[in-house]
Design a binder for this molecule. Structure first.
Ligand code: ADP
Ligand code: MG
Length: 315
């Protein structure tokens, strides 16, 4: 971009929050960050493309929120404390009004988690937002995908299927709660921190529970058995969909950004204590067994097979 690019960057720089360990932030060729001795740096990146990762009618503030939230969710799933981020914007035009509205969603979430925006890139092109988020974790405490064991319980935070429900009802008057879960996911940062030393493996639910839990299973060389009847549903989801339509949304719908984790059966009281302490629902939904893949079952043990009902919206 020409002059417009620098106006936009000046705008972003003028509003970006910083923190003491940012030795050099926006404005040089690169940022200089002081990584505290004794901690490990955790780095993740995610891109949001218009029409793919958010509906075209999404307002700029919600795009800003979501672009950061999905990255903080990855840090949460590692048990990391968020610290810094960069922001790469591809914009159809240099529109200062759009940038301000975008920052109205992005910056409050950054402030909420003490994250400094330390750099980025601004170019002209189809609307696309790429964020790199960096966090810190104590050595040996990162929540990896590959460390679960046979007999471990499988748990999930919050409720499942809300974002997929909101997406399914996109062109109808949809319950505001479902649309809000799609547009403004809550990264479970505090839960990820609290689960250090309790969870044996953890993943954030971005592509759908069964798919994401499948990553834990395959990385750990085990199978995961999931009780579909136990999956937590919000009141808004229950009000909008009958049980048969709801189940595939909860099992396979994406964009929930809840944490799915495993923990030893001895740790049930610890998990419940975390739930109480954070005021966050945490539900036991299955267990790890020998074998491979993810096995969705009903509470009575019979195999659950998803009817295509509910999937059609995403076909
Ligand atoms: P360079 O040509 O060295 O890449 P740029 O002109 O792209 O420099 O960027 C100038 C400064 O502004 C850099 O410090 C860069 O990190 C920062 N910056 C550019 N775009 C953004 C953005 N969208 N958000 C935050 N910082 C940005
Ligand atoms: Mg650049």
């Amino acid at each position: 971009m020409s002059t417009g690019e620098f106006d936009l960057i000046a705008r972003i720089r003028g509003r970006a929050t910083t923190r003491g360990d940012v030795l050099l932030g926006i404005g040089d060729d690169a940022a200089l960050l002081a990584v505290p001795a004794g901690l490990q740096l955790v780095v993740t990146a995610d891109t949001l493309n218009a029409g793919i990762h958010f509906p075209h009618d999404t307002v700029p503030a919600d795009i800003g929120w979501k672009a950061l939230a999905v990255n903080l969710s990855d840090l949460a799933a590692m048990g990391a404390q968020p610290a810094w981020c960069t922001l790469s914007l591809s914009l159809p035009q240099a529109d200062p009004v759009w940038i301000d509205a975008f920052l109205d969603g992005f910056l409050p979430l950054a402030a909420q988690h003490g994250v400094a925006l330390v750099g980025g890139d601004t170019t002209r092109g189809p609307l696309s937002i790429s964020v790199t988020a960096m966090g810190l974790v104590e050595p040996e405490h990162a929540l990896r995908r590959d460390a679960t064991r046979v007999g471990d319980d499988v748990w999930v935070t919050g409720t499942l299927g809300d974002a997929a429900g909101g997406l399914a009802l996109l062109d109808r008057p949809s319950p505001p709660l479902l649309r809000a879960r799609l547009d403004r996911p809550t990264p479970r940062v505090e839960a990820g921190r609290a689960l250090r030393g309790i969870a044996t493996a953890c993943v954030d639910v971005s592509d759908g529970l069964l798919a994401d839990l499948g990553h834990i299973a395959s990385r750990s060389g085990l199978a995961a058995q999931v009780d579909i009847d136990a999956l937590p549903a919000s009141e808004a989801l229950c009000a909008a969909f009958d049980a048969a339509t709801r189940a595939p949304l909860q099992a396979s719908g994406g964009d929930d950004y809840e944490l799915c984790f495993t923990a030893h059966a001895d740790a049930r009281a610890s998990v419940e204590a975390v739930s109480l302490q954070l005021g966050l629902r945490i539900t036991r939904i299955g267990r790890m067994v020998a074998g491979d893949g993810v096995r969705p079952v009903h509470s009575d043990g019979t195999r659950w097979s998803s009817s295509r009902h509910g999937y059609d919206h995403f076909a």
